[in-house]
Write a protein of this length. Structure first.
Lengths: 289, 352
């Protein structure tokens, strides 16, 4: 083995060094992601399979001649119920995948044994959580794109809205969807197991946010609860942007609420992460499986 | 700059005792955990505390290899985790490369290369090269420098020809070499190696010991924990023996052995060892410690006895062993090893 004489740290400091480290986390996560080929199945099949039960139920309830659709049109202002359900379930899937993938990202590192070796470096620690979210965001964006194409080509869904407004809604939804994921990831590191919490959150979103039906169908108190959930505004905005021609004015209020919820959940996510990090130094939780 | 690479001053770490693991307050510790949260209607009972590290003082000189020895649960890993900033001390202080482990944690991390959890500390779904490139970025090494550094370390660790294979295809020894290369990436002045040869075959362990000796020659300070007494004896300039959270002895390997120079070690090989025989031997006035360990083959046990007067002890030992299925197979009187020092100090073998 060759010998090495000097003992000087090669590391540098500053914002650029941390930004490069963040990029390294993104790259690492992406490489590992594409090495598990099962994601292809999730990308092409799941977006069509999952809402299919709801769509067929809706078709049955609307009648063979579609006469039952009038009530749906009166309530929602839309006649495209396949697209309506597809958008709602897509947002539900997004939040669900974020809770599993981002929420469990640190926990999975902990189980693998690599969390400690990351934590031992001088990198900004939030970068590990932030970095592991980017590949997930890209894959989710691909999922939405593929899903949209599949519904347009296979089910003849008419996406009459604006592509740019749809992208704007996705962009505005990111802080609240991922903020909740960050908060969740920080809690999971401490409590180790949180399946029950994932089921609870996705159940609440499924029932209260109207993923397959208009909120007007809910009793008054449930509508009040729905107003406090960001996914309610994301689903409404996404449907309006993708399926209707209402334009920016139709989603302005939703965008405002999504921004407020985004700031709130990002702040909560960061605060919980910082609390977990501080607490882990006292309890040794980072190294505990 | 201080002459010491690592200094610990009355370092203490307490955890809430977990009833399921049998943690008990040690050394008469009756302290309780600080209360968290609040309770509206009843006063919460404070949790009993378990003291994992109990006032450890260490001064490790620059350029030395310091071995930290102790049985499982003695407090070695907790001490190391405090020194590398993964854990905050409950009280006391520690400085690494002159930086406080709590107030200047990031400077401490820049000063350290650490091998904890060995092969599990790297990504098995990445190649060896990808792992090193990734960790180089985490240690803020500029990419151009990192590229060359990674190549040098791959060559030094003799993994270059398999650097692009996934780590999951490597042997344990190769993974451990990647973990060590990771620790060396930023060329840190201080290395913390926690059980670096654990699970390696004899040849790989020998190569690694040679590497550790080389790293010392190059000027690195090395804090080494190991279960292998011969390894500590061979590599360490000084050794600290830790038990129940306290450093109970600290000296050079030769100095530690001098402590029991007056003793002789009687090493027995016994078939069908039974605990009651041990109790009888311990009761002999000539015997002041006894440790029995089962060997890999059959029902063969190695029994180490320390005695001040082996001539007087031998006939009485022979008298007590034999019958009831216990048979003496071999017996030697040997010079005390570091392991015997450890047994005398702690009353147990290192792997207990």
């Amino acid at each position: 083995m060759k010998s090495e004489l000097s003992v000087n740290s090669l590391g540098t400091r500053g914002f650029l060094a941390d930004a490069y480290a963040l990029w390294a986390v993104v790259r690492r996560e992406w490489i590992i992601f594409v090495r598990y080929p099962s994601w292809i199945i999730a990308l092409f099949i799941w977006p069509v399979i999952f809402p299919m039960g709801y769509i067929l139920t809706a078709r049955a309830l609307s009648g063979v001649d579609g006469s039952g659709l009038t009530a749906f049109q009166n309530t929602t202002g839309l006649n495209e119920y396949t697209g309506y359900i597809a958008v709602g379930t897509m947002i539900w899937m997004w939040q669900n995948i974020v809770l599993w993938a981002v929420g469990y990202s640190l926990r999975n590192e902990q189980l693998r044994g690599t969390l400690e070796s990351n934590w031992l470096s001088p990198t900004w620690r939030f970068a590990y959580l932030l970095g592991s979210s980017f590949p997930q965001l890209v894959s989710m964006f691909m999922l939405m794109l593929v899903s949209g194409l599949e519904y347009a080509l296979l089910f003849r869904v008419q996406f009459e809205g604006s592509l740019w407004l749809t992208l704007l809604v996705i962009f505005a939804a990111i802080p609240s969807v991922y903020g909740l994921g960050f908060a969740f990831a920080s809690v999971v590191i401490t409590v180790k197991e949180a399946n029950a919490f994932v089921f609870l959150v996705r159940g609440i979103v499924m029932v209260f946010c109207g993923i397959t039906y208009p909120l007007a169908m809910l009793p008054g108190w449930m509508q009040s609860v729905a107003q406090w959930l960001p996914q309610t505004y994301i689903i409404h905005a996404m449907r309006t942007a993708a399926l209707s021609t209402e334009g920016l004015s139709g989603i302005a209020f939703d965008l405002k609420m999504m921004t407020l919820f985004g700031v709130f959940w990002l702040a909560i996510g960061y605060w919980l992460f910082a609390t977990m990090e501080r607490r882990a130094r006292q309890t040794g939780a980072i190294g505990q499986y | 700059m201080s002459d010491f690479a690592i200094e610990a001053d009355r370092l203490v770490k307490k955890f809430p005792a977990r009833p399921d693991t049998g943690d008990k307050p040690v050394n008469g510790d009756t302290s309780t955990a600080p209360k968290r949260g609040f309770s509206l209607f009843r006063k919460k009972e404070p949790k009993p505390m378990f003291t994992a590290v109990d006032g450890v003082d260490l001064q490790i000189k620059r350029g030395e290899i310091f071995g930290l020895l102790g049985p499982n649960g003695a407090g070695k890993s907790t001490t190391i985790r405090m020194l590398c900033t993964l854990l905050e001390p409950t009280s006391g202080s520690a400085r690494v490369n002159g930086f406080d482990v709590v107030k200047q944690a990031n400077e401490v991390r820049r000063s350290l290369g650490t091998v904890l959890a060995g092969e599990r500390s790297i990504y098995w779904k990445l190649s060896g090269r990808e792992n090193l490139e990734y960790f180089a970025a985490l240690y803020h090494i500029p990419s151009a420098v990192a590229k060359q550094r990674v190549e040098d370390l791959l060559e030094r660790m003799e993994i270059k020809n398999r650097a692009n294979e996934l780590v999951e295809k490597y042997s344990t020894g190769m993974r451990q070499r990647i973990a060590i290369a990771k620790a060396l990436l930023a060329r840190p002045p201080i290395l913390l190696l926690d059980e670096p040869t654990l699970g390696l075959d004899p040849q790989a362990a020998r190569n690694l010991r040679e590497l550790i000796a080389q790293l010392k020659q190059e000027g690195h300070t090395i804090l080494l924990t190991t279960h292998y007494m011969e390894e500590a004896d061979q590599l360490s300039d000084r050794i600290g023996i830790i038990d129940t959270g306290k450093v109970i002895a600290l000296d050079t390997p030769a100095g530690l052995k001098r402590h029991i120079d007056q003793s002789e070690v009687i090493r027995l090989e016994v078939l069908g060892w039974q605990d009651y025989v041990g109790d009888k031997l311990r009761a002999l006035s000539e015997i002041h410690s006894l440790v029995a360990r089962k060997q890999d083959e059959g029902d063969l046990w190695e029994v180490n006895l320390q005695s001040n007067d082996s001539r007087a002890a031998l006939p009485r030992i022979v008298e007590h062993i034999g019958g009831n299925g216990t048979r003496l197979v071999n017996m030697n009187i040997v010079k005390p090893s570091l392991e015997d020092v450890f047994i005398q100090l702690t009353g147990k073998a290192l792997r207990d």
